[in-house]
Write a protein that binds this ligand. Structure first.
Ligand code: SAH
Ligand code: TMP
Ligand code: ZN
Length: 403
């Protein structure tokens, strides 16, 4: 039996994605690989959806962590808009400060800095933290937890805003993060985080959002419950179109701020759609298996017809997709990606070679599986010559189809 990391309630397992590697650990030939059993369950007490096994943060967020926020123009714009919005709403007082958990290459922090706001980033990826510091940003190269929150408070004073994008759902020891936020946050401050939204994952069958790093899949229901258990209140919610569907949650200390109508409305919508019910999650698991079967059948047929098929976007998500489906270099000869830290290496588990995006053109393949489907607009626009030359994109969300 598996227990919830947050409330020790019993987990009901609804999805088994098999043996999986670390999704952001691109390897050289012969390198040893860590793997773990990826099963997903929902807590019968607090409704939080989570992995049953924690692969360990030191393994995932290592010195050479390869992901860089700035690789997507759309995400750069999103984070710039976010910084402006949050600053004008929550950081109006002179001397107001922001702490970002998981600042990565400093894309968001730089926008706060440009507005003259006192900032600090917390980022354990040694190499990426150095890159952010080289941009003139203040970065603490550590894992945020209760002790670090207390230490920052002692050194810098309280934070008016604590922000985390695509990071808070990654941390299995979320209770320690919430205690750290409690130590660090000003009495009237807000803690804002944005992460993949369970409703979008279920409704789009985007099961590749489930990766080692996405330990939790948040819903309004589960976040509201966990906030309450730690003395906070979920006071605002916003759905975001980025990364295939996300939710931005705003927490404040209980009773300090008004609750926006969006919170109740979203919880009501989740209940109306039966988001936390076993029937919904079991139906989701069946659709996941169908996507796998359809995708493998398509790629196998194309290979047998002698077509050249590659992947595009060596995303963390693609580790779940390729390893769950058993897709290797025989079905996808290589994956093109714009991130220099991934080039020349093999994709985790599948061992498909990762090549620069520039090599996509020489010569164009017949088909490209868009592994970075969350950046479809940006990538299809950038690579429109591929489509113009007769190439076809393969997408697997919300179901397998060609574009
Ligand atoms: N915020 C960026 C990066 C997301 S990737 C964006 O949205 O694009 C997740 C980042 O969180 C990684 O850079 C990882 O090193 C960092 N991280 C993971 N655990 C953390 C922790 N406990 N404290 C701070 N950062 C953490
Ligand atoms: P993400 O889905 O986790 O943001 O990862 C996207 C990956 O796709 C990342 O490795 C960068 C890559 N990418 C490209 O190769 N070209 C692009 O135009 C974009 C936006 C991303
Ligand atoms: Zn629970």
């Amino acid at each position: 039996m598996y227990r919830c990391q947050l409330c020790a309630g019993e987990l009901t397992v609804f999805l088994d994605l098999g043996r999986q590697p670390l999704s952001d650990r691109f390897i050289a030939p012969g390198d040893p690989e860590f793997t773990f059993d990826m099963r997903v369950g929902t807590c019968t007490a607090c409704t939080m959806v989570q992995l049953t096994e924690d692969p360990g943060c030191d393994r995932m967020f290592h010195h050479d962590y390869p992901y860089r926020s700035a690789q997507s123009v759309a995400m750069r714009e999103h984070f710039e808009r976010t910084a402006h919005r949050l600053a004008s709403r929550y950081l109006n007082n002179p001397g107001a400060s922001v702490v970002e958990i998981g600042c990565n290459d400093g894309t968001t922090l730089q926008a706060f800095d440009a507005l003259g706001i006192k900032h600090l980033g917390v980022e354990p990826g040694g190499r990426v933290a150095k890159e952010a510091a080289a941009r003139g940003l203040r970065v603490l190269p550590e894992f945020f937890d209760e002790a670090v929150g207390a230490r920052i408070r002692a050194a810098e004073g309280p934070a008016d805003l604590i922000f985390g994008a695509n990071t808070i759902s990654h941390i299995a020891d979320l209770p320690s993060v919430l205690r750290g936020v409690d130590r660090l946050l000003a009495s009237d401050g807000v803690f804002i985080f944005e992460d993949p939204y369970l409703l979008d994952v279920v409704e789009r069958t985007s099961f590749d959002q489930i990766i080692d790093e996405h330990f939790y899949l948040f819903s309004a229901c589960s976040v509201s419950e966990i906030a309450r258990r730690h003395g906070f209140e979920l006071i605002d919610l916003e759905r975001l179109p980025v990364h295939g569907g996300q939710i931005r949650c705003t927490l404040a200390r209980a009773g300090t701020r008004d609750r926006a109508a969006s919170v109740g409305a979203t919880i009501t919508e989740e209940q109306a759609r039966g988001l936390a019910t076993p029937a919904t999650l079991t139906a989701f698991a069946h659709r996941v298996a169908r996507t796998r079967d359809d995708l493998v059948a398509l790629l196998t047929r194309l290979r047998d017809e002698g077509k050249h098929v590659v992947g595009y976007g060596a995303t963390a998500k693609s580790a779940t997709l390729t390893n769950y489906c058993g897709i290797g270099p025989d079905l996808l000869s290589r994956i093109h990606d714009s991130t220099p830290t991934k080039h020349g290496l093999l994709a985790p588990g599948s061992h498909i070679p990762v090549r620069p995006a520039e090599e996509f053109t020489s010569p164009y393949p017949d088909y490209a599986l868009l592994l970075a489907w969350n950046h479809a607009e940006e990538i299809m626009q950038k690579e429109r010559a591929f489509h113009d030359a007769g190439g076809r994109w393969i997408l697997h969300v919300p179901e397998v189809h060609l574009v």
